[in-house]
Design a protein around this ligand. Structure first.
Ligand code: 5MM
Length: 612
């Protein structure tokens, strides 16, 4: 299989200014400066990490796939025509090209080629279109791939569009419509790849310092190279995502590494599925003991308990050391601080819980933040994605095997009781989509790290709305969530949903009976959750202790379900303990008894019959 690449080649000279901090001098105004050693004739730099950009990235990737490729008009050894200097400092990149760009030319290959690949870096002219057309006319077996860039100027665009009419495959980083072509169109957008019927999202780590230009070239050439190697479109997209997510400005992984990671992803699907069986055990539940600093502070202040690390540890220790909890609980969600604290016997809590046969989980979101867009600034998204892959590796090493991320949707409705149709003001479609996308990115990161994600889109049980509205919003949120999880290629069998029950808002005059909650909740979950999902756990969301248990019972009465259905309460399991403890360890026995009683009551409410 021979490929002729048409495009420009630049030599990217990468300078990491952060590494040169100590070489900076300061002028009289105190501004730091560094002599990079350039002059008008010499574009070299004394110490540099260099990679090739433009068509050379494409060439490099094709070669990795063992394809016989060359760049039109370039001798492999004398590839350098243009320099581009990429300067990075404080995660910010700027780049400049001190040499003139060369014209993209078509040079007929010595031997016939199977494919012509017009790279993103090509500056397509009418003359080039003519040359390619002539070649295709003479060599009927040759097929064409064209990359249409959103950044092309008018001339280049109109010339490139002529090529798309002859193309078999079109890659583009734009939303342009392509008419009069039978080509398969593959769009590579900022964080999303759309090829034929497949949509997959990807995300670049800021630390990779890649420019979008390089990212798009890597993705297009990897997809194409993988397809030529006989991989399915989906595998080709997945390997392109693995490639780009693991590439750095200084290079990308070898093919064997890529294949290994693709295989690992498939193997890890099975591991994750098995892991969910240890986290979710029929008849047992999950304790959410993951209140963040702010939430535990509020609880302690209300209860008159000093909020310091010792009291927080002692409080969590009450739950973890209650005799026999392992009969009722299969997993506990911890907050970062607790995961690093020690139990009474000197072991860290994570090892201690593991020794009881309880799987330790970890809350990894970093709380809510209002949207920056003024139109949605009254709604929130959940932050914490930055640096998440690194944190997950650490948590895995510490022993955590599942994680949790909470998105919260406050409900605001209009027209209730007015005879007109109820209008849902919040959550807006925007807030639902953004949060579900973030939840899916988090879930993908977790699965990459071998950690089972719990996705928690909470419809906040507060304010004034009916159970019908609650059902409508919950259904809408779940639909969007599962769509986004699919887009990020999250393995649903290795993923747990933590959801609110469906019930009228706390301030609504007609509070929902347990029968209604059971019926509505079961109906919404059955209609909106895929059967393959590993399990569904409930949050208590500010329901009273008894209310949460009665409602849980009512839900399980509406089983069987295709998933394990259980509780993952925080407040509804812990409130009586906090009340009994009062911050004084002399009350530990009463506090532990109170917890034990809640565990017994909630496990009884599971009916143990929730698997069909
Ligand atoms: C324990 O609370 C969890 C963390 O909340 P913050 O981020 O506000 O500190 C929370 O996600 C919790 O796991 C769920 O909301 C379920 O708790 P409830 O009390 O609703 O059962």
């Amino acid at each position: 299989m021979r490929i002729l690449i048409i495009g420009n080649v630049v030599k990217d000279v990468y300078l990491n200014l952060d590494e040169k901090q100590n070489k900076f001098e300061t002028d009289e105004k105190g501004t730091p400066w560094l002599d990079l050693g350039f002059n008008e004739t010499n574009h070299s730099y004394f110490s540099r990490t260099s990679v090739f950009g433009g068509a050379a990235v494409t060439l490099d990737i094709f070669k990795k796939f063992g394809l016989n490729a060359s760049i039109s008009g370039y001798d492999d050894d004398k590839i350098i025509k243009t320099y581009r200097y990429i300067l990075s400092a404080n995660d910010h990149i700027s780049y400049f090209t001190p040499t003139e760009r060369t014209e993209t030319k078509f040079t007929a290959p010595n031997e016939p080629v199977d494919w012509i690949f017009v790279d993103r870096s090509a500056e397509v002219t009418e003359a080039l279109v003519k040359d390619i057309k002539n070649y295709l006319w003479l060599s009927s077996r040759t097929k064409l791939v064209v990359f249409v860039s959103a950044e092309d100027n008018f001339e280049t665009r109109s010339a490139t569009m002529k090529l798309t009419k002859l193309a078999n495959i079109v890659f583009t980083d734009s939303e342009i419509e392509f008419k009069d072509t039978d080509a398969v169109v593959c769009r590579i957008l900022e964080n999303e790849i759309r090829c034929g019927d497949f949509i997959r999202r990807y995300r670049m780590q800021k630390t990779a310092l890649m420019t979008h230009l390089t990212v798009y070239s890597i993705i297009a050439s990897t997809i194409f190279g993988a397809i030529l190697r006989g991989m399915s479109t989906l595998d080709a997209i997945n390997i392109a995502i693995i490639n780009v997510e693991n590439s750095k400005i200084t290079g990308s992984p070898s093919l064997s590494n890529l294949m290994k990671k693709l295989e690992e992803r498939k193997d890890s699907d099975e591991n994750l599925r098995l892991l969910t069986k240890t986290i979710l055990v029929p008849g047992k539940g999950i304790l959410a003991a993951d209140e963040s600093g702010g939430s535990i502070h509020k609880k302690f202040v209300e209860a008159g308990i000093p909020d310091d690390a010792k009291h927080r540890r002692d409080y969590r220790n009450l739950f973890f050391t209650t005799q026999g909890i392992e009969k009722f609980i299969s997993g506990i969600i911890l907050f970062d601080e607790t995961a690093r604290q020690k139990s009474d016997d000197g072991r860290d809590f994570v090892s201690y819980l593991t020794s009881l046969g309880i799987v330790p989980g970890i809350k990894v979101d970093q709380g809510l933040e209002p949207f920056a867009d003024p139109k949605y600034s009254k709604e929130n998204y959940t932050k914490g994605l930055e640096g998440l892959p690194e944190r997950l590796i650490e948590y895995y090493d510490m022993g955590a095997r599942f994680a949790k991320w909470r998105a919260a949707f406050d409900v605001k409705v209009a027209n209730v009781g007015s005879g007109k149709a109820v209008k849902i003001k919040t959550p807006s479609d925007y807030a639902i989509k953004k949060n579900c996308e973030i939840l899916a990115q988090y879930a993908r990161d977790c699965q990459n790290a071998g950690i089972v994600p719990i996705v928690e889109p909470e419809v906040v049980y507060d304010s004034y709305y009916s159970i019908e509205t609650s059902a409508e919003i919950t259904g809408k949120v779940l639909d969007m969530l599962f769509e986004e999880l699919k887009h990020y290629d999250v393995n649903i069998e290795g993923c747990i949903l933590k959801t609110s029950m469906v019930l009228a808002g706390k301030k609504y005059e007609k509070q929902s009976t347990p029968e209604e909650v059971g019926e509505y909740t079961a109906k919404v979950l059955k209609e909106h959750c895929p059967k393959e999902l590993a399990g569904i756990v409930f949050l208590s969301g500010g329901q009273s202790v008894e209310q949460a248990t009665a409602n849980l019972q009512a839900v399980t009465n509406n089983g069987p379900f295709p998933w394990i259905v259980t509780f993952s309460f925080a407040r509804a399991l812990q409130a009586p303990t906090l009340e009994a403890w009062k911050g004084d360890n002399n009350n530990a026995k009463d506090a532990k008894d109170a917890f034990y009683n809640r565990l017994v009551a909630n496990c009884q409410a599971l009916n143990k019959n929730d698997l069909s």
